[in-house]
Design a protein. Structure first.
Length: 103
């Protein structure tokens, strides 16, 4: 379907921006699901028995690994855009991710 809708450079740029906005929103929702489960023991956006004792967070995706792959693709795209034209708003979500991974 994208082949029919994305016919020029302007539409490609718009479709790419929509992809990034949806990726950031779904990652934010997944974080909300995770903390809601951790603090209030809710189960929305979570697969409780997916990894044994460790629940899997899938957010709006159908499975936790798909959530990770989609979030990673959005992260790489945002990082690439940042390296081309440094703007702080492109890195808003990376500060906590990179800081948490280094601890």
């Amino acid at each position: 379907m994208l082949r029919f809708y994305v016919t020029d450079r302007r539409r490609f740029k718009k479709a790419f921006q929509i992809f990034l906005v949806l990726g950031v929103l779904q990652a934010a929702y997944a974080v909300i699901c995770f903390f809601s489960y951790t603090l209030f023991h809710t189960e929305f956006g979570m697969a409780i028995g997916q990894y044994g004792q460790i629940p899997g967070t899938y957010g709006v995706q159908r499975e936790a690994n798909i959530l990770g792959a989609y979030s990673c693709a959005c992260f790489i795209a945002l990082l690439t855009m940042y390296l081309k034209a440094p703007r702080f708003r492109l890195l808003l979500g990376t500060r906590h991710r990179l800081g948490g991974a280094c601890r």
